[in-house]
Unconditional design. Structure first.
Length: 324
């Protein structure tokens, strides 16, 4: 089976947008590929200021993945910094990566703008570390959304350059283009995000917390009163019904347009269906959380398996670069 690599930054708890997009996709990929899923804690440091929370986020992320169906027997699940070879490879790859390639990356420009007081080297070198993450394990396939394609293209360019200079070493990673559904924020602004306070429903939320978040979510701003007709196409609750009430979503839309259903009832229906859909995952998550040693063991075992591959790659890279 071809090898897949993907990673997620432990910068907050995962929300249902992450579940419907990345995590469910990770679970499916296990059937066709040999998968490596990494909790990329070093990447988190480029933007995360409160590093005392990072261990909690790592644990939460591992719990979400395992409860959702990632099988640690088949799949390697580990924490990036537990395999320090990745930083070594990052250094070697940085020697073949022109600075001009990195400075033109749109996300670097965005992040530099967003945190002008902390434009650190890690921000500009982020794509090199990302390339090291992938090629350290000689992964051939990387699941990405359309917006991440430029990053993968840069990883491919760095890989090609290394292979040209030092001989065929790494497979050029290919994108597995994945449609990540756009899950809207509960605030009505943009998409559900870890960074916008109150915009998300976390996987780890209780049913009561989920209901409370839904009941206070912003809906169609034109529906000030119960009798006002609504516009489901601009309502985040309606978008969420597509995933959690698929059989009735059209009918809900029609009823909304003629004020046949009120927002309170519409939200109650969503809360009930979402809580039902997430109930078994949340039960598994709670059961796993009762045994913190199990998560530690899974991550330690994943790191040990990843390191076997990583050491072999580093040995080959050093040999090709004349360092052995
Ligand atoms: S009835 Fe439902 S779909 Fe229509 S505006 Fe209210 S919450 Fe949104």
């Amino acid at each position: 089976m071809k090898r897949v690599f993907s990673g997620a930054r432990p910068t907050a708890r995962q929300h249902i947008g992450n579940l419907l997009g990345a995590i469910n996709n990770y679970v499916k990929l296990q059937k066709e590929y040999s998968c490596i899923y990494c909790i990329v804690d070093i990447h988190a440091l480029t933007t995360l200021q409160e590093t005392d929370k990072i261990q909690g986020y790592i644990r939460d992320l591992a719990l979400d993945w395992l409860a959702a169906g990632i099988d640690p027997q088949e799949t390697i699940v580990f924490v990036q910094s537990d395999v320090p070879e990745v930083t070594e490879l990052h250094t070697y790859l940085s020697m073949v990566t022109p600075l001009s390639w990195l400075l033109r990356v749109p996300t670097f420009k965005e992040k530099a703008k967003a945190q002008p007081d902390n434009v650190n080297y890690g921000l500009v070198g982020y794509p090199v570390l990302q390339t090291a993450d992938i090629v350290l394990y000689k992964a051939e396939v990387v699941p990405v959304g359309e917006d991440q394609l430029p990053h993968l293209e840069l990883a491919r360019e760095i890989t090609r350059r290394f292979n040209t200079l030092f001989g065929e070493t790494f497979p050029e990673p290919k994108a597995k283009l994945t449609e990540f559904p756009l899950i809207p924020s509960l605030s009505g602004k943009s998409k559900m995000s870890k960074s916008e306070e109150g915009s998300a429903i976390d996987i780890a939320h209780t049913a009561e917390e989920t209901t409370a978040r839904i009941m206070t979510a912003v809906t169609d701003p034109a529906r000030k009163f119960r009798k006002d007709p609504g516009h489901p196409e601009v309502c985040n609750i309606h978008t969420l019904h597509k995933y959690f009430t698929p059989a009735e979503v059209e009918e809900i839309g029609k009823e909304c347009r003629v004020a046949g259903i009120g927002c309170v009832d519409c939200k109650k229906l969503l809360a009930r269906n979402m809580n039902e859909a997430l109930a078994s995952l949340r039960e598994r998550r709670a059961a796993l959380a009762e045994n913190p040693n199990y998560i530690k063991e899974v991550l330690a075992d994943g790191a040990a398996r990843a390191r076997v591959i990583a050491r072999e790659t580093i040995r080959e890279v050093k040999q090709k670069m004349g360092l052995l």
